[in-house]
Every structure is written in C-alpha cells, then in structure tokens.
Design a protein around this ligand. Structure first.
Ligand SMILES: C[S@@+](CC[C@H](N)C(=O)[O-])C[C@H]1O[C@@H](n2cnc3c(N)ncnc32)[C@H](O)[C@@H]1O
Length: 465
C-alpha cells in the first residue's frame, strides 16, 4: 500500500471537464474549475440555482438529462457527483477505460484524485491534503493558514510572476536564488505589504538592472540558530524564518530530519558531523567555512541542536566571524535540559526540592571528568549532565562518594522531546545498570536530584511505545 498520494497542480485551461450531478458537490467544485479555465459540462436532470445562473452567463454548458458514459469522451477529468452510487461507480469505470481521471464524490478510495483544502492568495495556492484520512484536520489547518498568510502574499506572488522571465534571462542562475531572497525578505516585499505595489515594481526594476550589471551589494550573513532538542514544534518563529531564507545550511548529526526538512528546499545542505568525538569537519574548518561562504555573499544558516551557547561551541564559531567582520545573528533555542525536563515532567527547580540548577558536561576532557564534585553532590539542587551517558557509572559513583545517598533520585532522558523519547528513572545506585539495558542510542541527558520523583505525578508526554 502506498503511504501518500502524489501532489500536483493541474493546468486545465481549455480542457473539457465533465461534472455529473448538479447539487451541492458540483456547486462547490465548479467555481475553481472555471477559474482554472476548464470548459465545464454539467450533466444532470436538475441543477442548483447557482449553476443555472452560470449556464445563463455561458460560463458552462448543461445537459438536462441522466449522465451517459459517452459524455466522458474528450474529457480530461470527470467528477462523478450524482447521488446514485451505482451511477458514480459506472462512470468511474467508464472514465478509466477512456483514460480520464475521475473523482467519486461518494467514494474517496475509488477516486483517481482528491481535491485538497486550499488557501489562496492570488496566484499563490497552498493545498492541504490527507489522502482522505483526516478531512477535518485539513480543514483546521486551512483555517489556521488563512490567519497566518497575509493577504498581500498574493500581490507579492503576482509581482514575482511578472518579473520571473526577466530575472531568468538577466540574472545568472547561481545568483538567482539570492536575488529573489533579497526581494522577498527586504524592502521590496515591505513595499508590497504596505500596499505600494507600483513603488515595489519600480524598486524591483532597479534591483534587476543592478543585478544584471553585477552591481548588487553582495553581503553574506551567518545565522547561528538553536534548533531545540528535537521536536520541531520547539523551534522559535525567528529560527523558522531564518531557516527559510538561508542559501546554505551547515548542520550536524543531532539535527532531526524533521527540522532539516523545514529549511528552504533550494538551500545547499552541508553535513558537518560532530557527535561527541566523531567530527566530519574539524571545528576550525567549520569556522572558516562559515566565513568563506558569508564572504562569497551567501546567507549561511548554522543550525545547532538545543541552544548554541549551551555546550554548543557557539561562542567559538562566532568569534571567528566577528574577527573576519562577517555580520551574524544568534537565535537562542530550547536547550536539552529544558526540553527534556519539560517532556519528562521533571520541574528542574520545584521550590520544595531544589533552589538551584546546575548544567554540567559529563564529557571527558583530556581523559578526565574535571568537575567540582563537592559542589555537585549537594542536596537542595538539581544537576543536569549533558553528554553523561558514556561516563554514567563514574558520575553516579563520584556523587555518592562525595556525599549523596545511594538512593538519591536520578533519571536519564534519551532522545528527549521526540516520539522516541525514553525515560529511565532510578537512583544513583541502580541507574547505570538500568541504562546499560536500554537499547536506544540517541542523545542522552542525566538529571540528578529529588525533583526526578515528581515525574510520577507530573509526567504527561506519551512517546510512541
Ligand atoms: C554537544 S551537546 C549540545 C547541547 C545543545 N547545545 C543544547 O543546548 O541542548 C549534546 C548533548 O546534549 C544533550 N542532548 C541534546 N539533545 C538531546 C535530546 N533530544 N535528548 C537528550 N539529550 C539531548 C545530550 O546530552 C547530548 O550528548
């Protein structure tokens, strides 16, 4: 069984389309067919008043009788929308034998195509489909998009459409993406949004002439963006906006595929690796690559897991940019400690149990865990260890050696905030063995403190079993 239908946007200008039936469904389908330039022929003994008005206006033709398979001849699409299931079925068979695509109003599974929910802004169309599995969900999404996509996007699409050919012939292919990005993200789009369409047209003409003459300002930029711990819903609006306007993205191994999928599809993707000590590109090479790309006029998205400034080497990466005079922006992300704690139902500083929280790394430096154990092994606080799985045994032992009870609560969250999240709750004494028995190998975070017990009452997230 296929898992999804194939989405297309059909050109129907001048094509014959048969609509069998003249009721509610036909009335709903026909206006868009007419807007697409289709020659619509309705066959039905009776038709709704709106359709009759369209017939009177010569917008469509109507045969006032029962439909006949011969009506399909010469048609590309057939809408079998009578209220008789047997007739719809017969039409579907006849349409297929004539090479036409058919939609049965009464039977999605016996249809060749489905009509998606649509958000329209001028020539811009956003179609939402669920292969008929959740029509009420697609309707909800449509309602949300209606409020999210500004009406002026239609004008912006119209403006871009009017210049598309000129840009194609006058701006070299390798600079075209960047040219359009400047149009959509800069003052030209702002003019359109402010209702100054003609001023926007003039500005676009000037920008085009400059680009043709190679005079446009080529200024790259780097966006150092925290993408959160895994769940794409935890991205910030700003992260998403910059992800969609970057020309090139540098991502590492922890970046969830669902998050990468939100980056502009035309952006070049560079995997720079980095998982614990396995680096695809050395850190110094990543730093210089960003500088080089930005100096070549690219908008570089450096996507970091969690927050760039929490055990993310974000500081080192931007130091080199600052030194080279490359402009950059930093977008904070939900760090793993916050994300995992929330999704595990463990409030890091519940005031009855912890007055402070400490984030530390459990990663060895020069073969050693250089941590201040007496400070970490104290009651009344929560300690979160990033990269703590490999040395879990040493960490738990060191904490008990320095004064915490062996039944002190501790939990490990693996693949936190994702559908694969695993939460292993135990004590300093037994957690290492419990974790060793866990097959999941994703990123893991250790939380130590009495707040861990609150998971029993505050746990809410149900990952996929
Ligand atoms: C190099 S650090 C990067 C931390 C990141 N900058 C942040 O703010 O979350 C990688 C470590 O973060 C933790 N981590 C990141 N994502 C996680 C997740 N989804 N679940 C559990 N731990 C995670 C793990 O301890 C992992 O080894």
């Amino acid at each position: 069984m296929p898992t999804a239908n194939y989405p297309v946007s059909l050109k129907l200008d001048g094509c014959r389309v048969l609509v069998a039936g003249g009721g509610r469904i036909a009335t709903r389908r026909i206006p868009r067919l007419l807007a697409a330039g289709a020659r619509v022929h309705v066959v039905a003994p009776e038709i709704a008043p709106d359709l009759r008005a369209a017939v009177d206006d010569d917008a469509l033709t109507w045969s006032a009788r029962a439909v006949d398979p011969a009506d399909i001849d010469g048609c590309r699409l057939v809408f079998a929308a009578t209220d008789d299931s047997a007739i719809n079925r017969e039409l579907a068979v006849a349409a297929r034998s004539r090479g036409a695509l058919v939609q049965r109003a009464d039977h999605a599974a016996d249809s060749d195509f489905l009509v998606p929910a649509l958000v329209e802004r001028g020539p811009l169309q956003i179609a939402i489909a669920s292969a008929a599995s959740a029509p009420s969900l697609t309707r909800r999404l449509r309602a949300r998009l209606e409020t999210l996509v500004p009406a002026a996007y239609g004008d912006l699409a119209r403006l871009a459409g009017g210049f598309r050919e000129a840009v194609r012939t006058r701006v070299p292919r390798e600079r075209r993406g960047a040219f359009w990005n400047r149009v959509f993200d800069g003052p030209i789009a702002e003019q359109v949004f402010a209702g100054r369409y003609e001023a926007a047209e003039r500005a676009l003409e000037t920008a085009l002439a400059d680009a043709h003459a190679g005079l446009e300002a080529v200024r790259g930029e780097v966006y150092l963006v925290g993408s959160g711990p895994g769940d794409p819903d935890l991205l910030t609006f700003r992260a998403l906006r910059l992800m969609q306007q970057a020309d090139v993205v540098l991502y590492d191994s922890l970046t969830a595929p669902e998050i990468l999928a939100l980056v502009a599809p035309e952006a070049e993707r560079v995997h720079v690796g980095k998982r614990a000590d396995r680096h695809t590109l050395a850190q110094s090479r990543i730093n210089t690559l960003m500088v080089e790309l930005a100096q070549a006029g690219r908008r570089v998205l450096r996507l970091k897991g969690g927050d760039p400034f929490v055990f993310g080497r974000g500081g080192e990466e931007i130091a080199e940019l600052a030194e080279a005079g490359v402009s950059f922006q930093i977008v904070p992300g939900v760090t793993a400690a916050n994300g995992c704690a929330a999704y595990a139902g463990i409030p890091l500083t519940h005031r009855d149990f912890a007055q402070s929280v400490i984030f530390v790394t459990g990663h060895l430096q020069a073969g050693e865990l250089k941590l201040s154990w007496p400070e970490l092994a104290r009651p009344g606080q929560t300690v979160v260890f990033y990269m703590g799985r490999r040395n879990l045994d040493i960490i738990c032992r060191s904490l008990t050696t320095h004064g915490l009870a062996s039944d002190w609560p501790a939990a490990m969250v693996i693949d936190g905030t994702t559908r694969q999240q695993r939460l292993i709750v135990g004590t300093l004494a037994d957690l290492p063995a419990r974790v060793a028995a866990e097959p999941a190998t994703g990123p893991a975070l250790l939380i130590v403190g009495e707040v861990v017990r609150l998971h029993d009452t505050l746990g809410w997230f149900e990952p996929t079993p």
